[in-house]
Design a protein. Structure first.
Length: 94
């Protein structure tokens, strides 16, 4: 189950996309192989650590949250995501 979650997490384009812009910005296309491998491993290990921390924290609160509380957390998360989408779309127009 954990491996399946990690594969899904690493395959999401929104996780990969920013690094496509960051790598050239850091001048890695002119760097040697060692520094590129180090950076890619750092990103991979950092993402894995973040995933484990996130799963651990969610596991701590899993039993203490009521269903109604989770519904409101989901609604608030959806609203925030929607507002960021509107803000991004607004930025494209101006």
């Amino acid at each position: 189950m954990l491996l399946k979650g990690l594969v899904i997490g690493f395959s999401i384009a929104s996780r990969v996309g920013p690094f496509v812009g960051i790598f050239p910005g850091l001048g890695l296309f002119q760097a040697n192989e060692g520094s590129v491998v180090t950076l890619v491993l750092g990103v991979f290990i950092g993402s894995g650590i973040w995933w484990n921390i996130l799963c651990f924290v969610v596991g701590l609160f899993k039993g203490s949250l009521k269903k109604q509380t989770l519904i409101w957390i989901n609604r608030l998360s959806g609203l925030i995501t929607f507002l960021f989408g509107i803000y991004s779309f607004w930025g494209l127009l101006h």
